[in-house]
Design a protein around this ligand. Sequence first.
Ligand SMILES: *Cc1c(COP(=O)(O)O)cnc(C)c1O
Length: 466
Amino acid sequence: MHYVSTRGRARHLGFEGVTLAGLASDGGLYVPGHWPRFGEDEIAGMAGLPYAELAARVMRPFVEGSLTADELRDLCGRAYGRFSHDAVTPLVQLDQRQWLLELFHGPTLAFKDVALQLLGQLFEHFVAKSDDHLTIVGATSGDTGSAAIDAVAGRERIDIVMLHPKGRVSDVQRRQMTTVRAPNVHNVAIDGSFDDAQAIVKRMFVDRGMNSRFHISAVNSINWARLMAQIVYYFAAALQLGAPNRRVAFSVPTGNFGDVFAGYVAAQMGLPIERLIVATNVNDILHRALSSGDYSASDVTPTASPSMDIQVSSNFERLLFDAGGRDGLALADQMHGFDAVRAMQLTEEQRRAAAALFLSARADADDMGRAMAWAHECCGEVIDPHTAIGLHAARQADLDDGVPVVTLATAHPAKFPDAVERATGLRPPLPARVGDLFERSEAFAELPGTYEAVRDFVAERATPSS
Ligand SMILES: *Cc1c(COP(=O)(O)O)cnc(C)c1O
């Protein structure tokens, strides 16, 4: 498989290359040169496979040329061996129509583990082979940071520098990052929002000076391998509900558009997805873009679902590329226009292609609280604020009777105990697997939200590439 940049100019890379790269050198994101497609019989033949086996089957076409089938199976086995549920991503029924896909059974209690446990294995495999040293630089709205740190802590050939917006992640989220004391882990709280942190990271990927000294890699969902790993659970859920003979809809609590883009890829690969519902909180740029074509960023409003407090969604560029006929140079112009004024209109072609698969909805704090209360009172399920936003959108969606709707349960409720307690009166306890999180001491640097401060911090701590 070869990969192309959404902005048309960067050189094509194989799977190993895109896994170890950050942004493409033209500022774009890598996407597969074509979508592999499974026939109905092939999809039917995946029913009942253990998760790690299914993962190897679904991802196989994307890694061709970089990993053998056996290597991929081995890495999947290791990545998914650390989940606390045998099904890895179990499906739970709420009522006749509504289902939850629980993606939070990994080590750091959010769906990010599903992709990052695999990415950690891939990094280790590729750096060992090439005798290189990687510097991972990432920005987190809360959950990516802890999942990435857990996946690479203590690995000798990898340094990780993780930026989080100061005071805007939950205590559990922060402690899951800052209490990991390994020499290769560097946490930074920056003054500013997640979008500010993400902009700093993106700038570092195109800084020639930094890239000539360090091999800088991404763990954010701009990394293709992460999205690839997330395709698998759409297959897992749909197969359990009767695919390929039955169509299934998914509702996805969305921030950076990574998780829901994985669903889009699953549909391109032949999985019968009726609709993908993009659920946002009041930071609703994606809802506006999909419902009216208006992609214009305003300021970020902090909410009880901090992992979705995002205005500029990196992966939306991947959809605009594919939906707009894969014209990289035209998209580069469109994105440069957006960068200049933080606003743009989708083209007619982009809107039409997106409307064929996506629905969208926005939930405010009351909608979220009501969805949490409904899940608890009617179905005995305690859900987290992000999941509640997805469930609100799922229950509102205008779909044919008989189409089951699966809401992706993206975080364990104990990660956001205050919001859960407000809505349900219950304070969910942390599962035993996270241990004595509140007893351990924290370590993190504090920096102003400027590019130069972060660049100098990274340059002082990272190991140059070989
Ligand atoms: C990251 C995250 C999201 C948003 O996912 P994207 O891929 O950025 O759209 C939603 N919920 C939780 C709990 C998250 O950690």
